[in-house]
Design a binder for this molecule. Structure first.
Ligand code: NAD
Length: 499
């Protein structure tokens, strides 16, 4: 069986802990490789090597650093098909979706090519007699990223591209479910000209994560994954004095107003609810039609669309709408939640519990499900399902729909479909959610804006990518300088006013 590695000091390095995890092919259910799970000692050595490489990288001028990213973009485009195949084989998502995963990461790398501009400080000429003040943005040192399984290309790039552009060294701990693409990305960065040791990939589980959080060399940690782990990493990282940003789970609602184009809303819901088998933090998992008439008309449009969805392995290319879930545990968890929905009295309008795909009976496929008349106390509403299951919660009016979303623990994304500009503006202004779509189902901001949720979907002060990433991965230093007359008055014992 194939044995994966770490990526340390510019080369593939076998694990030495003698602990391994299984990597599945989710479409067939077979274990296709095993991954080394690093020990604390291995992680500490990886971090020490990154620290040794970082000062020379920080001293490399920002434009030269950006040129490495420019070369990396070309290599990503060259290897797009190869990367997408490796991604789909471990994750299960369709090939077009895998290419989208890579593309959305690549766009952040492109944004980071503008680092020399984004890293410029501020300058005040003659803030006092002969006195200038200027600020500069300096890298933090060695920083780390801990990333989830569901975007194994995009999220590692969201993390390491800005961190490296700022002059940091980066230690990536990708998901142990699909680490092949992160390893390939590190190899491409080396081919693009990144010096050895500046980007390290260490594979592992909780032991590796704790080693990162406890290591005093690590200055900042960026995490993306489920909310309980986000809370744990945020608390422990902050307690250890690090700068931390953690992005967690989601329960994204779509409010459908009575005046919405219901065919358009139904198409949007099917793509946003079932794409990538619902394994997206920006998936829409709750439809909130306003009024019984809207709800009945929406359900009537949704059912035939959902029944037509094509579920299958990525090897069937464009013939498939979504693939399997990532692991047998993920599949079992989703099926258990569906059962709980039925037991708690939700109306299961599309029931695929007996779904099986001929030739792929051992794969982790789950057919599409649609619930109507879900209520906020039910487990299927309270938990992030992360599967191909859409819940409908009927609201009597607009205020009730907005309150439902505002009272939800999560606040990653939300969408509203309407033709009413007043309602849309009121909604965007009042809602306590980080990313909002108006007649747009998955409102993922582009690379030059920032990405981040509110409430239990995001912990920390700054968002991912866009200008916030450059603030997160640098610290500001401010210099007050007096030229050319020098200090003439002798020592001063109070704060000087610069007038
Ligand atoms: P996860 O929380 O299980 O794992 C994420 C990372 O944390 C992995 O690298 C994993 O190795 C590590 N980890 C897991 N258990 C740990 C523990 N006990 N201690 C320390 N580290 C641990 O998440 P996942 O299943 O890989 O990803 C899916 C989740 O990520 C969903 O909840 C989804 O909504 C969320 N997500 C959020 C965003 C966002 O930007 N808000 C984006 C993508 C995914």
């Amino acid at each position: 069986m194939q044995e994966l590695t770490h990526w340390i000091d510019g080369r593939a390095a076998a694990g030495t802990s003698n602990r391994f995890g299984d990597i599945y092919n989710p479409a067939t259910g077979e274990v296709q490789a095993r991954i080394p799970l690093a020990s604390r000692t291995e992680v500490d050595a990886v971090i020490a090597a990154a620290a040794a490489a970082q000062p020379a990288w920080a001293a490399t001028n920002p434009q030269r650093r950006a040129r490495v990213l420019m070369a990396f973009v070309n290599l990503l485009n060259r290897d797009l098909d190869k990367l997408a195949e490796a991604l789909s084989r471990e994750h299960g998502k369709t090939l077009p979706d895998a290419k989208g995963d890579i593309q959305r990461g690549l766009e952040v790398v492109e944004f980071c090519i503008g680092a020399p501009h984004l890293l410029k400080g501020e300058f005040t000429d003659s803030a006092g007699p002969g006195i200038d003040i200027y600020s500069m943005r300096q890298p933090l040192g060695v920083v780390a990223g801990i990333t989830p399984f569901n975007f194994p290309a995009m999220i590692p790039m969201w993390k390491f591209a800005p961190a490296l552009a700022c002059g940091n060294a980066f230690v990536l701990k990708p998901s142990e479910r699909d680490p092949t693409v992160p390893l390939m990305l590190a190899e491409l960065m080396q081919e693009a000209g990144l010096p050895d040791g500046v980007l390290q990939v260490v594979n592992g589980d909780k032991e590796a994560v704790d080693a990162i959080l406890d290591n005093p060399t690590i200055q900042a940690v960026g995490f993306v994954g489920s909310t309980p782990i986000a809370e744990y990493i945020y608390a422990k990282g902050c307690a250890n004095g690090k700068r931390v940003q953690c992005f967690g789970g989601a329960k994204n609602h779509m409010i459908i107003m009575p005046d919405a184009d219901l065919d358009q809303a139904a198409d949007a819901l099917v793509g946003a609810g079932y794409g990538a088998a619902g394994e997206r933090c920006m998936a829409i998992s709750v439809a909130v039609p306003v009024g019984e008439k809207t709800a009945d008309a929406l359900i009537e449009r949704l059912i035939p669309r959902i029944e037509k969805l094509r579920v299958g392995p990525y090897t069937q290319g464009d013939e498939v709408d979504y693939g399997p879930l990532v692991s047998p545990q993920a599949k079992q968890r989703v099926l258990d939640l569906i059962d709980s929905g039925v037991k708690q009295g939700a109306d299961l309008r599309v029931d695929s519990r007996d779904f099986s795909l001929q030739g792929y009976e051992q794969g982790f496929f789950v057919g599409p499900h649609l619930f109507d008349r879900v209520t906020p106390e039910m487990e299927i509403y309270r938990q992030e399902i992360f599967g191909p299951v859409l819940s409908t919660v009927r609201a009597n009016n607009y205020e009730e729909a907005v309150k439902l979303a505002m009272d939800n623990d999560y606040g990653n994304g939300i969408s509203m479909f309407t033709r009413d500009g007043d309602a849309a503006r009121d909604f965007a202004s009042r809602i306590n959610v980080g990313m909002i779509g108006i007649n747009v189902p998955i409102p993922v901001p582009l690379a030059y804006y920032t990405f981040g949720g509110w409430k239990k979907s995001g912990f920390g002060d700054l968002n991912q990518h866009g200008p916030d990433a450059f603030r997160f991965y640098t610290r500001t230093k401010t210099v007050t300088a007096r030229w050319p007359s020098g200090l003439k008055e002798g020592g001063e014992f109070h704060f000087k006013q610069l007038d």
